[in-house]
Design a protein around this ligand. Structure first.
Ligand code: FE
Length: 333
C-alpha cells in the first residue's frame, strides 16, 4: 500500500453560510416561513437563522446585497490550536486576509479566499444555542423543538461552488483545509476535472467545486439544507409549491453522493437544495470515486435529467457566456 501523508484534521465542519440577497424581506420569508428556520438575531443588513437541529446559535446569515450569491463561508476548527495552525498555514499561501472580529454567536475568525475567490473563514469559539422557553424541545438532546413550520429543515448540509479551475480549489481544500476527497467527475479520459466533492467530516460532502462554464469567479451553484428522509423531501415539494416558489429540479436522486434532492430558487435568486439520504463516509483511507462522462450521464441515478438551467444558472448570474465561447462539454452535477 502506498504511504500516505497524514490528513490534517483541523476543520470540524461547515459552520455557517452567508447568503447575499437583493430581496432581503422575501428571502427571509423563504427561509423562515417556507423552509421553517428560526430567526435568532438581526444586525445591520443581516439576519441570522438556524435549523432546529443545528447546535450553533446561527448557521445561516442572510445579508442584503446588490446581487445574489454567497458571502462568507465559515468553517469551524476542531480546537483553538487547530484554528491557529490553519491561520498560519493559509497565511503562508498568500490567500489570507487576516483576523476578523467576532460575528454574532462566535469568536474571532481567520479570513481568506479560496483560489477562485470565494470568501471563507475559520473560527473556533462558538456559542451553543439555548432555546427560549417557547422553543424548548421536550427531547433533552434536541437543541430546539421541531416546530413543524414549512419544510422544517433540520440543519445546514453543504455548498456547491463554481470554480474556473476545479483542481486548484480541490487541492487547496485538501492540502490547506484537510478535506477528504470523496468523489470526482472527470471527462476526456480523466484529463478534465469537472467536479470534486470534499468534506472534513463523515458528511459525504461539505463542499463541491464544479467547473464554471461561464468563466465567472467566486460564484455559488447551490446551498443545501438537510431533512431526515425522502418523505420529507417529497413533503417539501408540496410545501414549496403551495408557497408559489419555483422548483427547478426533483424530487429525484443523484448518482454520486446518492443524495435525494429538490432544487428551488429562493426569492433573492440563489439556488437552494432540500437534501436527504446521502451516505456517510467513515473510512480514513477512503478511495475517491471517479465518474467519467458515460457513468456520470445526466447526474441523476433515476428520474428526469437535470434541466439546462442547472448548468447555465448560478449566482451572481452571468449573462451569456462570459468566456465568449460555448463550453466543449455539458456539465451535469
Ligand atoms: Fe447539493
Amino acid at each position: 500500500m502506498a504511504e500516505q501523508r497524514e490528513r490534517i484534521q483541523d476543520i470540524a465542519h461547515l459552520g455557517r453560510v452567508e447568503l447575499l440577497t437583493p430581496k432581503p424581506n422575501e428571502s427571509l420569508w423563504y427561509f423562515r416561513d417556507v423552509l421553517g428556520m428560526e430567526v435568532v438575531h438581526a444586525q445591520g443588513q443581516s439576519v441570522y437563522l438556524r435549523g432546529y437541529g443545528d447546535y450553533a446559535a446561527a448557521t445561516v446569515k442572510l445579508t442584503e446585497a446588490k446581487n445574489a450569491g454567497v458571502g462568507c463561508i465559515s468553517w469551524r476548527a476542531a480546537s483553538a490550536q487547530a484554528l491557529e495552525r490553519r491561520a498560519k498555514a493559509i497565511d503562508a499561501t498568500g490567500l489570507g486576509l487576516g483576523w476578523n472580529e467576532s460575528d454574532f454567536g462566535r469568536g474571532r475568525s481567520y479570513r481568506f479566499r479560496d483560489p477562485d475567490g470565494h470568501l471563507m473563514e475559520v473560527y473556533y469559539e462558538e456559542n451553543k444555542y439555548v432555546a427560549p422557553e417557547e422553543l424548548r424541545s421536550t427531547l433533552k438532546n434536541l437543541p430546539q423543538k421541531y416546530t413543524g413550520r414549512g419544510v422544517n429543515v433540520r440543519r445546514i448540509d453543504h455548498l456547491a461552488l463554481l470554480a474556473k479551475d476545479v483542481a486548484a480549489n480541490r487541492t487547496f481544500a485538501q492540502d490547506l483545509l484537510g478535506f477528504q476527497l470523496r468523489e470526482q467527475v472527470r471527462y476526456n479520459n480523466g484529463a478534465t476535472e469537472i467536479g470534486s466533492w470534499l468534506s472534513p467530516s463523515p458528511v459525504h460532502h461539505s463542499v463541491a467545486y464544479v467547473a464554471d462554464i461561464k468563466g465567472g469567479s467566486g460564484r455559488l451553484h447551490h446551498f443545501s439544507l438537510w431533512v431526515d428522509n425522502r418523505e420529507d423531501v417529497l413533503r417539501a415539494a408540496t410545501v414549496i409549491t403551495e408557497a408559489g416558489v419555483f422548483i427547478e429540479a426533483g424530487p429525484s436522486m443523484h448518482n454520486n453522493s446518492q443524495g435525494f434532492y429538490l432544487y428551488t430558487y429562493e426569492p433573492g435568486g440563489n439556488r437552494v437544495e432540500v437534501y436527504s439520504s446521502s451516505f456517510l463516509v467513515m473510512a480514513p483511507d477512503w478511495e475517491p470515486v471517479t465518474w467519467n462522462e458515460e457513468e456520470r450521464g445526466t447526474g441523476t441515478y433515476w428520474g428526469a435529467a437535470l434541466p439546462e438551467s442547472f448548468i447555465q444558472y448560478a449566482t451572481p448570474n452571468v449573462e451569456g457566456d462570459a468566456a465568449g465561447k460555448t463550453p466543449e462539454f455539458p456539465v451535469f452535477f
